[in-house]
Design a protein around this ligand. Structure first.
Ligand code: FUL
Length: 481
């Protein structure tokens, strides 16, 4: 109610949202980033030959899963908290998991369902049934094709891409791998072929074609344009990680790994970072690796170094010769999800009294209480051009915690480049953690502390400060013991 006092109309006017940085995510990148954890399915003829890279001369009859159950893959992924699954529709050996009209080297000449099967179709249907998004991997390198290295192969490759993007409904992500050229069967030539990475694939034309067929698709490669490789296959983003790159400076297959691992604070393009890693040493199933499945604690470490560093975590779950994800992998992934659920169940911020050194125009809309949820639309912000600030949390009774989660409303761009965290000890303050970037999500780990007060200092930012979420947690004992 405000009709008497002079000036009160001004006080009641909500100040504008913070101004966006020059480089921000597209709406589809923003949605994609919020998937956080997704899965890979590496399955093909390699599963039956015990290899990682098929040479391209493998007979189609080798592909013969005896108990294939695509729903088991999808249910496993779901129980592991994964929001999307990406299937190797074709790996480097060239064998296609769908009956492509453009080759005989496919499932249609295998014993699987007497040549009537289509695993891409089974896969997309199962994903949709269980609410998972669908991704497909179509290897650009094809060691089976006689025309690999010639212009005709590019037509073949685009025809296959068109089949996959036209006949299987909505595809959320398409994965363009960077491994390229080398020795192979190549229709019997049995030789080594080199291609010019810069010109051979003419990626711009292929990407434009993909977007024309599927406008919302996210294109993955070492240089994006929507999602980029993190520069290693261990699942780790850099300790400092920006969601920006200058993609003009990159080339698919050029592997500028350090640059991809940290991103670029001056980068001109927003490209979401994606950390791929296999739950086993190899990407394909090998019986000899049954004892080497990553334990839930190892997966948690990877989670903190990927999702906890502003990137997507892509975990590979390779089905075995039965066509099932092995029991040990299922157990480990499920326990991993339980640890995440336990650790992040109880945000101690809920019971804290929080204050900020500055709140944008003193307005309700930008209050510190907005930090209590992970909704990017509700955020705390400072006045324009304030690039240092302190948030203080106080509790009546001492609290014990060892994880701190921070989020920026990245729809306005990524800003923070330095922060530190203190807790009250007696009459003084002690620094327990320091960090650089935050981005969509940053999670810090430190030794458990028991205290009645916590301070988060934002020490450096490239624009007005804004945070969308703060979480203060005690890690599940299943992770720490
Ligand atoms: C790499 C490939 O060479 C591996 O076989 C695997 O598919 C991995 C995800 O990407 O570049």
């Amino acid at each position: 109610m405000c009709f008497v006092f002079f000036g009160c109309s001004q006080k009641n006017t909500t100040p504008p949202d913070i101004a966006a940085n020059a480089v921000v995510p597209s709406a589809r990148q923003l949605q994609y980033q919020q998937l956080e954890t997704i899965g890979f399915i590496h399955f093909t003829i390699n599963t039956f030959t015990d290899r990682e890279w098929g040479y391209g001369d493998e007979g189609e009859q080798l592909f013969n899963p005896t108990e294939l159950d695509v729903e088991q893959w999808v249910k496993t992924a779901k129980a592991g908290g994964l929001k999307e699954l990406i299937l190797t529709a074709k790996h480097h050996d060239g064998f296609c998991l769908w009956p492509s009209a453009y080759t005989e080297h496919s499932i249609k000449n295998s014993p699987y369902k007497d040549g009537k099967g289509d695993i891409v179709r089974e896969f997309v249907e199962a994903c949709r049934k269980h609410g998972l998004k669908v991704g497909l991997y179509l290897s650009p390198w094809d060691r089976n094709r006689p025309d690999y290295g010639k212009p005709e192969y590019i037509t073949y490759y685009r025809n296959q891409l068109k089949e996959l993007l036209t006949n299987y409904g909505e595809i959320n992500e398409i994965w363009f791998d960077g491994a390229n050229g080398g020795d192979g069967y190549y229709g019997g030539a049995n030789e080594s072929r080199k291609i010019d990475r810069k010109t051979y694939y003419d990626w711009e034309t292929t990407w434009a074609m993909a977007k024309k067929i599927q406008p919302d698709i996210k294109i993955f490669s070492d240089k994006g344009p929507d999602v980029h490789w993190i520069g290693n296959e261990h699942g780790f983003a850099g300790e400092t990680f920006w969601s920006m790159l200058t993609t003009d400076s990159l080339q698919v297959g050029s592997f500028k790994t350090d640059y991809l691992n940290t991103g670029d604070p001056e980068g001109r393009d927003w490209v979401v970072g994606q950390c791929d890693v296999s739950i086993r040493p190899g990407w394909f199933y090998h019986k000899a690796e049954d004892s080497l499945v990553k334990q839930p604690q190892q997966l948690m470490d990877i989670y903190y170094k990927s999702v906890g560093r502003n990137a997507i975590l892509l975990i590979n779950l390779p089905p075995d010769r039965r066509g099932l994800i092995h029991e040990d992998d299922v157990r480990s992934l499920t326990a991993f999800k339980q640890i995440i659920d336990d650790t992040f169940a109880d945000n101690l911020l809920a019971t804290a009294k929080s204050t900020a050194s500055n709140t944008r125009a003193g307005a309700e809309k930008f209050k510190v209480e907005n930090l209590k949820d992970e909704n990017l639309e509700t955020y705390w912000a400072t006045d324009d051009s304030v690039t240092t600030a302190t948030l203080t949390m106080n509790w009546e009774a001492p609290q014990t915690f060892d994880r701190l989660l921070l989020q920026e409303p990245v729809q306005y761009g990524q800003r923070v480049s330095a922060f530190h965290v203190e807790v009250q000890r007696g009459s003084g303050w002690e620094t327990i953690a320091t960090g650089t970037t935050i981005g969509y999500k940053r999670i810090l780990r430190f030794e458990p502390v028991t205290t009645t007060a916590l301070r988060i200092h934002i020490d450096k930012a490239n624009n007005t400060i804004a945070l969308a979420g703060v979480g203060i947690f005690k890690a599940s004992t299943r992770e720490t013991h």
